[in-house]
Design a protein around this ligand. Sequence first.
Ligand SMILES: [Zn+2]
Length: 216
Amino acid sequence: MNSISIGTATTSPGTLQYGRWDAFDHPTGNREFLPVILAQGKEDGPTIWLTAGIHGPEHAGPSVLYKLLTQKLVDHLRGTIVAIPALTPAGIRTRSYVPYHVDINPNRLWPDGKLTKKKDPEKHPQFSLERAYERLFAEITATADYGNGCYLIDYHNAWIGSISFSFQDRVLYRADVDAERNKAEAETLLAKQQEMLEAYGHTIVVEYPAEKYIRR
Ligand SMILES: [Zn+2]
């Protein structure tokens, strides 16, 4: 059984473990940490990550994780779930879509901490949250393990009473160099993504035409 440590929590087969992952220090002296829950079954299996709470007013995601992660689940689990139920604690505390310590939608920084359009680092140094997500993403890629894939499910909510659905992100590829190879890789990734979404079993929503993503 593989042992996984995230922040102060370390897996223990057949149990739920709770801990903290230090994100950054506020200039006012307090430390921002993300809560970590590790659920590990007694049998070997994949490791998947489940995250929620990036948008302060969206409470369905954190609630889903707290309801899901019970001893009863662990008793039937093969493998490990790493869960972060509050990706933006300051946003949740203040019910803010954009928390007071960043000036853009934090979802633009998640999961890998990278803004799509690179800014001048002298005029726009990285946000503390950007650096924190970069480090967390490194932990995800180092531990998430599903055969030849890497699973991360991030829970949001659309609005009260909405049906459950999954977004299918466009898989974009560069066509200016190595177009054929890039296209083949993108198609392989798209097929994998399709499998994941079908296995999850919820309605699948494709959000924008590819051109709109590129313009953004
Ligand atoms: Zn959201």
